[in-house]
Design a protein around this ligand. Structure first.
Ligand code: BES
Ligand code: ZN
Length: 623
């Protein structure tokens, strides 16, 4: 700490020249002390990878990736081994410093969650290792799709999903979020397809199927990503654009039109966008998430293309990760709330700046209800409702609940109210600057918060309770939205029989109001009443995926069904693989006496889902 202060004061004295900047960066880089991360076998305090050169070929026939991963490494002089994480990979050989000198390696068997520990023997002079490998049919990160699973239906598709600990299933790597590295890659794909990565991308297909990438900023392993398909590019501004299949590209470009505006407002809030380019790739519907914040290239589900920009909060969310998550990264998965809680807070600040306070308020109220439902689901495991988690021995996915997102948001929102928005913003801007391109534990954040926001402003705040205790502290602020209050009033009238369904459908409501209305349909409303509502509002036939999801959930809860609805639900579950959507629907079926029906649909749908989704649903339906 003292050293940093001295460097800082020197920089102030002599002006912040580039040389000074570089030197101070070097000093901090050398001193990195890695935290304990029980989700990785790497021992980065002994030997750590700093740069990856990936050279791979994608084989769509065998559904594998094969090639080599070369790492520049740094190690303590006395250290004779380096550890990498691998899972379901075949390791052919390992060489040192060049591609010829083979070295011994040993695969120490781990377990179903973490995979195995690839331990490589290092001679004294080792500065690089090359691992020759290929993936297997058990790879969890990769989803190879048949042409019929894409929008164009003519070419296959491949995408990767690294978060949380899946990168090790397609690249042997030190797979801890605190181990940042730069990378470059050579990727060979069938000549008619285009490859793009979370790196500097081309805008056109190559002639021969060879693609070259560089990512010169150090990122965490879970953010290395690849997509291969019949893609096209359309720019949206000088630094933003969209990749999609031909049939989707225009709709995508329209939907994401406001992304430049979002970046401008985000930069005004929390400082420079550090990644030069911001593009979005629209993936096939089996993509298991709404969005994934791969640096420079957000991966997105096609289900957010609603035709009216109504679901683009998701873009604000993934963009916000360019600061919270990608620039300042959770050191371990126990600190996941530092990624997601900050991102939800930031996402809503961006939405407020671009679309106004009323819009952001609606999002916050919907999120508050998500939090209540999340708390209800975790009532028997109260430790999982703490912000700081203990996921030792568990799949980090278990910690990826609404708590990190919405309790994290509520904490920051409550803090904002206590300290005032100007103080909050100054603090957050400084935080992103201070910790840019580094990783952070909850403890480090709390120290920084005390030293830079609370103590200087003489503010007392129950931070410890928010972070280390289960449930929601009593000083939580009340989240309200006038637009959603109106919705609740209509529901009340409907319940009392004081409003006709026609009148409900005639309300000029936003998508968020409709979502809130559907989600809050009381249990007292009968299947007959839902039927008559549907006859007028046509929710079953909606083309908005979010509305469809919440509507199907209600339909199931109220036991309203007919051939048409059943078919719609089945179609939805067999085409969309977004985990949040499909798990909500399967869960509703399970909890409303339709477990066998759920299993029957799942049997058909499962082959279309990514492993992230099948893991969750297998558990849920007891398979
Ligand atoms: N980083 C997450 C997705 C993720 C979380 C992947 C945990 C693997 C493990 C992404 O930023 C996210 O939160 N996506 C949400 C978007 C929503 C909150 C707007 C999603 O996919 O639903
Ligand atoms: Zn997120």
């Amino acid at each position: 700490m003292k050293k940093t202060l001295t460097i800082l004061s020197l920089m102030v004295l002599f002006g912040c020249s580039d040389i000074n900047k570089k030197q101070s960066k070097k000093t901090t880089a050398k001193k990195t002390i890695y935290a304990v991360d029980n989700h990785s076998f790497a021992k980065p305090n002994e030997a750590v990878a700093k740069h990856l050169n990936l050279n791979i070929k994608v084989d769509f026939n065998k559904k594998i990736i094969s090639g080599k991963a070369t790492y520049k490494i740094e190690k303590k002089a006395t250290v004779t081994k380096i550890h990498f994480d691998i899972k379901a990979l075949v390791i052919h050989k390992v060489t040192i410093n060049n591609y010829k000198d083979e070295t011994d390696f040993n695969i120490v068997e781990g377990d179903e969650i973490h995979g195995d520990d690839l331990t490589i023997t290092l001679p004294k002079n080792a500065s690089a290792v090359t691992i020759f490998y290929e993936t297997t049919s058990k790879t969890e990160a990769l989803q190879f799709l048949k042409p019929e699973q894409t929008a164009g239906k003519e070419d296959p598709f491949l995408f990767t999903q690294g978060q949380a600990i899946l990168t090790r299933t397609w690249i042997p790597i030190q797979d801890s979020p605190q181990i940042r590295l730069t990378y470059d890659a050579t990727v060979e794909v069938p000549y008619n397809l285009m490859a793009i990565m979370s790196a500097k991308n081309g805008k056109q297909k190559s002639q021969n199927g060879m693609y070259y990438f560089t990512m010169k900023q150090a990122i965490s392993p879970y953010l290395i990503a690849l997509a291969v398909g019949d893609l096209e590019y359309k720019p949206l501004s000088s630094r933003t654009g969209v990749y999609a299949e031909k049939v989707t590209i225009d709709a995508a470009a329209f939907e994401f039109e406001d992304v430049e505006k979002m970046i401008v407002r985000a930069e005004m809030l929390y400082g420079k966008y550090h990644w030069e380019q911001y593009d979005i790739v629209v993936l096939p519907p089996s993509f298991p998430f709404g969005g994934m914040e791969n640096p420079r290239l957000t991966f997105a589900t096609p289900t957010i293309i609603a035709g009216d920009k109504s679901l683009t909060t998701l873009v604000a969310h993934e963009l916000a990760h360019s600061w919270s998550g990608n620039l300042v990264t959770n050191a371990t998965w126990n600190d996941f709330w530092l990624n997601e809680g900050f991102t939800v807070y930031f996402e809503r600040r961006i939405m407020e700046a671009v679309y106004g306070k009323e819009y952001a308020d609606m999002l916050a109220v919907i999120g508050r209800q998500d939090l209540d439902e999340g708390l209800e689901g975790l009532k028997h495991t109260p430790n999982d409702t703490k912000l700081k988690l203990n996921l030792d021995g568990r799949n980090p996915d278990d910690g990826m609940t609404d708590i990190a997102y919405e309790k994290g948001f509520l904490f920051l929102k409550t803090l904002e109210e206590k300290v005032g928005r100007p103080n909050m913003d100054l603090f957050l801007k400084a935080y992103f600057k201070e910790f840019a391109f580094s990783t952070i534990t909850t403890e480090k954040f709390l120290n920084y918060l005390n030293a830079n926001l609370l103590t200087p402003n003489k503010i007392t705040f129950n931070v410890e309770e928010w972070v280390y205790s289960p449930g929601i502290p009593a000083n939580q602020i009340k989240i309200t939205s006038t637009k959603l209050d109106v919705v609740m009033q209509v529901i009340e009238k409907w319940e009392k029989g004081n409003i006709m369904v026609e009148e409900i459908c005639d309300q000029d409501w936003t998508i968020q109001q409709k979502i809130h209305f559907i989600r809050n349909i009381p249990a007292t409303i009968s299947a007959r009443q839902l039927e008559s509502l549907d006859a007028h509002c046509e929710f079953t036939n909606t083309t908005n995926s979010y509305i469809a999801m919440v509507w199907f959930e209600q339909v199931i809860k109220h036991n309203y069904h007919n051939k048409h609805i059943d078919k719609k639900i089945e179609d939805f579950l067999t085409t969309v693989g977004r985990r949040w959507y499909v798990s909500t629907i399967y869960n509703a079926l399970k909890n409303n006496g339709k477990l066998n029906y759920a299993r029957r649909i799942y049997k058909k749908a499962r082959k279309n889902y990514h492993s992230v989704t099948t893991n969750t649903i297998d558990n849920m339906l007891g398979l």
